[in-house]
Write a protein that binds this ligand. Structure first.
Ligand code: HEM
Length: 166
């Protein structure tokens, strides 16, 4: 049973409507960082709305061979009405909760961490800064690039992935 019929997109969210949908990594994503061996991953993304002035998201990563679940995060994307100012609010299965803020310009969203909180027993090294870029490419694919700085490494790319709409 559903409590709600399919709602109309809240007009406030129109500038981010290009992110809506279910997306699957194509090809697998590339993970990198100076402290680790490069790795690949699969990822399934759901970006939806219920008519509120925000988007709901989940990013679920899987091992490319074993399909074992890996990194998972979910949250909300908000737009300050009548501006291009965006807030990205995410809870991650690693024990991290973060808020990123930035701007949407056309079909590109650039955001950077504004605050990061973590559980007391989070794995080290801790991440100190995060930046992300989302872009809808001319071939209809969604692209995400994530960089981070940790207590041991300066800002460096950690993830790059493109998704096809499914
Ligand atoms: C390692 C943060 C997303 C896979 C790490 C490390 C940090 C981190 C701080 C440790 C780095 C070091 O040891 O120097 C993050 C953050 C993410 C994110 C903040 C999201 C914003 C992902 C995603 C995957 C992933 C989507 C896909 C599977 C890994 C792997 C390692 C790693 C395989 C190395 C092994 C490990 O330490 O668990 N990540 N990560 N990460 N990350 Fe991420």
């Amino acid at each position: 049973m559903h409590l709600q019929e399919t709602p109309q997109l809240n007009p406030v969210m129109e500038p981010l409507s290009w992110m809506l949908g279910t997306w699957l990594s194509d090809p697998p994503g590339d993970g990198t960082f100076p402290t680790m061996k490069p790795f690949q991953y699969l990822e399934e993304v759901h970006i939806s709305h219920v008519g509120q002035p925000m988007l709901n998201f989940s990013f679920n990563a899987f091992h490319p061979d074993t399909r074992k679940p890996m990194h998972r995060e979910c949250g909300f994307i908000r737009l300050k009405p009548d501006t291009n100012k965006v807030a990205f609010i995410s809870a991650q299965n690693t024990g991290l909760v973060e808020v990123e803020e930035g701007e949407v310009n056309g079909q590109e969203l650039s955001i950077a961490s504004h605050s990061i909180a973590r559980i007391s027993f989070a794995k080290k090294p801790h991440v100190e800064q995060i930046t992300r870029k989302f872009r809808l490419n001319s071939d209809g694919k969604l692209e995400q690039t994530v960089s981070m700085a940790t207590t041991t490494q300066p800002m460096t790319q950690h993830l790059h992935i493109t998704y096809k709409k499914v």
